[in-house]
Ligand binder design. Sequence first.
Ligand SMILES: Cc1ncc(C[n+]2csc(CCOP(=O)(O)OP(=O)(O)O)c2C)c(N)n1
Length: 331
Amino acid sequence: MTDTLRTPAQPGLDADRLVEAYRTMRTIRAFEERVHEEFATGEIPGFVHLYAGEEASATGVCLHLEDRDSIASTHRGHGHCIAKGVDPKAMMAEIYGRRTGSCHGKGGSMHIADLSKGMLGANGIVGGGPPLICGTALAAKQLHTGGVGVAFFGDGASNQGTTCEALNLASVWNLPAIFVAENNGYAEATASTWSVSADNIADRAAGFGMPGVIVDGFDFFAVYEAAGEAIRRAREGGGPTLIEVKFTRYFGHFEGDQQTYRADEVANARDKLDCLKRFRARVTGTGQLLTSTLDSIDAQVADLVDAAAAEAKAAPKPGREDLETDVYVSY
Ligand SMILES: Cc1ncc(C[n+]2csc(CCOP(=O)(O)OP(=O)(O)O)c2C)c(N)n1
């Protein structure tokens, strides 16, 4: 049980839910910082794109979701996976390319998936997620499951034809779909202020006949509220929403990126805007949670991430005998 000191400021956010939200954000942050360190040792194969700084988005959205709801992710998918309930130990093993990984070590960082959790997969194809979500949202509508589909995608992906087609189709078919544009300011090294035709990605929603909302991505509570309203409307048959979440990513585009395209914005974001610091200040300031509760979550998460890294490194790699397994999946 959680220490409850005051009544919740937002519906649905009692002390247990606040603890869940904080644990999820802290797990993503600690996981990402650990992967950053592990990658520097040279032992992790392939490309890694880190999500640190963006935790409030995945967490604020996915806290509203159940296993019947599906999400599609991006190449920056670790945060979405953790928030949707994928096991961090299986994720770390996957990133290490080990047989105990969530995709038996054959996917790596950019292809972590767990269909049992409604996590359709991280995706190396920029703009690949939104059309997938039209598919799952259509299935949920036809089968009357009450489920929704959420597509997370970046500012770069917002300019892809696939994303525009998905927004149009979701609107035409009135699908229970939510499109979450995670605008961290850059697509690789290209500034969104240069590449996005509108002042805001959310401004494009009107052209597709759906509500568009802009949210401060450093503020978990703002994301939670906007996502809650969109998901509620989608479940009730009210159709899709485009939510633009604005923030800064803390690490480079990929691990190894020299980041010559940006200056001191990361230090400022980490210091003054950080979603975990803001969450802590708010829930302790309003007396909803105790500092000691949050500190003990930090310690538990640190242990979990230590164990995940140690177990991943000790796990076997896939062998020749695994070459022809998992080629086809039925679901
Ligand atoms: C269809 C496609 N085009 C180009 C690429 C190369 N690429 C990989 S990540 C990336 C930038 C994506 O930026 P954004 O969508 O803003 O996501 P962010 O990295 O900022 O989270 C590009 C162009 C790709 N993987 N797929």
